[in-house]
Ligand binder design. Sequence first.
Ligand SMILES: Nc1nc2c(ncn2[C@@H]2O[C@H](COP(=O)(O)OP(=O)(O)O)[C@@H](O)[C@H]2O)c(=O)[nH]1
Ligand SMILES: [Mg+2]
Length: 343
Amino acid sequence: MSVKNNKKNKSYRSAPKSGGRSGARIKQSAKPQKPAEKSPKPVKKAAKPKKPQSGEASEYSQIIQWYPGHMTKTRRRMEKDIKLVDAVAEIIDARIPISSRNPDIARLTDGKPRIVLLNKCDMADPRATDRWVTYLTKENVRAIPVDCKSGRGVNRFVPVLTELLAPRIESYKAKGMANPSMRVMIVGIPNVGKSTFINRVAGKTKAVSADRPGVTRGNQWFTVSKGFEMLDTPGVLWPKFDDRTVGEHLAFTGAIKSDVMDTELLAIRLLELLCPLRPAEFIERYKLTDDELSLPGHELLSVIARRRGMLISGGEPDTERAAYALLDEFRDAKLGKITLENP
Ligand SMILES: Nc1nc2c(ncn2[C@@H]2O[C@H](COP(=O)(O)OP(=O)(O)O)[C@@H](O)[C@H]2O)c(=O)[nH]1
Ligand SMILES: [Mg+2]
C-alpha cells in the first residue's frame, strides 16, 4: 500500500487529500445512466483513501499484470546501481506528487542523500507546486520544481546537489582524496520524465528518451558538472497502484495506460475531481455553466459530448468519444494547469 495514512509514516507519503474513494472499476462495463458513485465531494473535504477491500486490490492486480514483466530484473539492477552512487534524484510528477512516488524509495536508496524533482510543473498548478516545495522542505526533503520539456528549473540541480553532498565531499577530502567525484542516479516511475531529464542535464547525445531494450550495456557515466557524474541509466520504480485513487491518478496523467480501465468511468471520475477545482480553461473549453458543473459526472460527460457535437446515430451523445477527448486534453494540460494531489 503506497498511500495508506498510518500515524507512524505521516510524511508526504500519506494519502492524497483530493479524490474520494469512489472510482472506475477496471474493465467493468460502463453504465453511464448511473453515477459511478455519489455526487462529487468538494476536494478539500474528500475522505482520505483507506485501505482497499480485497476485491479492489485484485482488480488493480490486473494493471500490475499488464505492466512490463521485467520488473524484478530492473529492480535488482537498480539496487545494484544504487550501491555505486553518492546520491539519488527521484523524479515525481508535480501533478500527482503522492501517486507518482514509490513508497519504498527510502529503503531502496539505502539512506543515501536524496533530491526530489517535481517534474512536469509546466502542467501543474504553480501554487500547488509551491505548497509541495514548502511541505517537502519542512520534511527535510530537498525538492526542486522542474519542467524538463523547456528545461526550466533544471539548472538548480547542480547547486542543490553540491549543497546536499558538501558533508560527503568534505569527509572524502579529510580522508585524503584530492578531488572526489560524486555520483548520482536518477530514479522514478515510468513516463515521469527520467530520460528527458538526463538528456537535459547531459546534453544531446547520452540517454535516449524512449525506453528501448538493449540500450544500456554496462554502466556509463557522464559529467554533469565538475566533480559530479550521473549514471546514464535511470532506475525504473513501479508505482503502487493497488489503491484505487492512486491507480486512477496515474491513469489520468498517462503514467499507466488507461485502456486497462474503463475509459468512460475514468473520465467520469476525472470530471468529479475537476468540477470542484473549477479550472478556468476547463470551464471555458466546454462552455460549462454553474449548474452543469454540479451535475453528476456521467451527466456532465453527456453534456460535454453534445457540446462537442459528438453524437452517435439516433442523436445520443457519444460519451465514449467524449471520454477519450477529455482524458487526452487533460494529459495535454489543455484543461488548465491542474494538480490533483495536495500536501
Ligand atoms: N509537459 C512536459 N512533458 C514532459 C516533461 N518531462 C518529460 N515529458 C514528457 O513525458 C514523456 C515521458 O518522458 P520520458 O523522459 O521518456 O520518461 P521516462 O519513462 O521516465 O524516461 C515524454 O513524452 C516527455 O516528452 C515535462 O517537464 N513537461
Ligand atoms: Mg526512459
